[in-house]
Design a protein around this ligand. Structure first.
Ligand code: UDP
Length: 469
């Protein structure tokens, strides 16, 4: 019998970083059971309920090591989640090292795969004589930007938002400086320095696994491969989401909204959600509520208590009842057409319902992939991180979304919201977007068939590992 080969996987905290790398791990051990995988899991304080319940679903064929949580007081306060996540990993490095050491005392370690925020753990690869891989949970478009960032940083002296011309990354749609990831919008900020450090670290790994698929971003993927970028190999292995991963029929009894959705006509409901932690201001909540009403469409809205920081609930959920922040009489007026879910929703199950015909989304990459997998067009409302880049790709390149435009006061008004929602849900433009989404849905499904591009890419990587280093 072939000797078991051992791989260590290192996620970073935050639901939308934890889930995709662990879903990738599940796929790896299912398709290639000759690899033994251990996940070494850092955390910041006590994880939110969403992460806790997800972690309980890790199957027994994956080993898990839960590291001692980092104290919230030991990291910077009032800074974007990206900084807090990376600091958590940095402070966890001694325990990651210890975990790797104890693993390698039993069997040699073939490879370490780390989430992009956990890149510092790959410094240990040399010591343990293993290969090093980044798991990149965003698009190839964003990866292309990151690989280009060190050069851009050297060549450009102004803030990127002041660039006169859009940036043209090979194989990608042109992007204006203002739409680059939030971490690159203030070059003197600590967050930018960390972002640049993450970008530079990519050049020192053996390979990058990308949560995307060839048919979605073929020209960007080809451009990366042709350019070579030193010794790095690229492995598009997506879409990796929870769709199709678990057969969760129980949720139907648990969530009234799913029963309600079953009774609505096909493609008639707009699902409104800003990801695992996106938040709106009180004024914006009012405009959205009135916009939904004005649009006359059915909707399901995952509502959070307001905050002036767009990522307020990303690492820490609030306990406040969000319903009290809705305009007076809104619930009564919309009770036939609308459904409000406080703070959290079974997103994958909702999107999978035939009655859902549109997704008003902050364009987090997981939500984008999930929307593609069910063939639902998007009303794009980016908030933070790299979401504006995703929105540009969806609207300008793939033409499967309409992006909402903010006014000078950074608010989208109700009339605009209603107009765009109507256009996506029932207009001619919406019809075209739905058709294009349906063909992307087919491409995504094909990529995940046994002979599909992503599954073949994973097999190719596994056979490289099988052959030894
Ligand atoms: N999600 C969910 N229920 C919610 C909100 C989010 O299940 O109420 C899941 C969603 O399906 C997606 C992830 O959380 O897989 C959010 O990731 P995304 O990249 O879209 O956004 P982020 O959370 O990073 O802002």
């Amino acid at each position: 019998m072939a000797k078991t080969k051992h791989i260590a996987v290192i996620p970073s905290p935050g639901f939308s970083h934890l889930v995709p790398i662990l879903e990738f791990t599940k796929r790896l051990v299912t398709n290639h059971p000759n690899f033994q995988v251990t996940c070494i899991i850092p955390s910041l304080g006590s994880p939110p309920d969403s992460s806790k319940s997800y972690l309980e679903t890790i199957p027994p064929n994956i080993n898990s090591i839960f590291l001692p949580p980092i104290n919230k007081q030991d990291i910077s306060q009032g800074v974007p989640p990206g900084i807090q996540i990376q600091q958590t990993v940095t402070l966890s490095l001694p325990s990651i090292h210890q975990a790797l050491k104890s693993l390698t005392s039993k069997t040699p370690l073939l490879a370490i795969i780390a989430d992009t925020f956990a890149f510092e753990a790959l410094d240990f690869a040399k010591e343990f004589n293993s290969l090093s891989y980044i798991y990149f949970p965003c698009s190839t478009f964003v990866l292309s930007l990151l690989l280009y960032l060190p050069k851009l940083d050297e060549e450009v002296s102004c803030e990127y938002k002041d660039l006169q011309e859009p940036i043209k990354l090979q194989g990608c749609v042109p992007i204006n400086g203002i739409d680059l990831p939030k971490a690159s919008q203030d070059r003197s900020h600590e967050g930018y320095k960390m972002y640049l450090q993450r970008a530079k670290s990519l050049y020192f790994v053996d390979g990058i696994l990308i949560n995307s698929f060839f048919e979605l971003e073929s020209s960007a993927i080809k451009a990366l491969e042709q350019k070579g970028h030193g010794k790095i190999s690229f492995f598009p292995v997506g879409p990796i989401t929870q769709i199709g991963s678990s057969n969760n029929d129980d949720v139907f009894d648990e969530f009234e909204c799913l029963k309600w959705l079953k009774k609505q006509p096909q493609n008639s409901v707009l699902y409104v959600s800003f990801g695992s932690g996106g938040t709106l201001s009180q004024r914006q909540i009012n405009e959205l509520a009135f916009g939904l009403e004005l649009s006359g469409q059915r909707f399901i809205w995952v509502l959070r208590a307001p905050s002036d920081s767009v990522s307020a609930a990303y690492l820490e959920a609030t306990n406040e009842d969000p319903l009290k922040f809705l305009p007076n009489g809104f619930l009564e007026r919309t009770k036939e057409k609308g459904f409000i879910l406080p703070s959290w929703a079974p997103q994958v199950e909702i999107l999978n319902q035939n009655s859902v015909g549109g997704f008003l989304s902050h364009c987090g990459w997981n939500s984008v992939l999930e929307s593609i997998q069910v063939g639902v067009p998007i009303v794009a409302w980016p908030l933070f991180a790299e979401q504006a880049m995703n929105a540009v790709m969806l609207s300008d390149d793939l033409k499967v979304a309409i992006r909402l435009k903010f006014g000078n006061d950074k608010i989208v008004e109700k009339e605009k919201i209603a107009k765009v929602i109507k256009c996506v849900m029932e207009g001619e433009e919406g019809k075209g977007m739905r058709e294009r989404m349906k063909s992307l849905k087919d491409c995504a499904a094909n990529a995940l068939k046994d002979d599909g591009s992503s599954i073949q890419t994973l097999s190719h990587l596994a056979s490289q590992w099988d052959l030894g280093k």
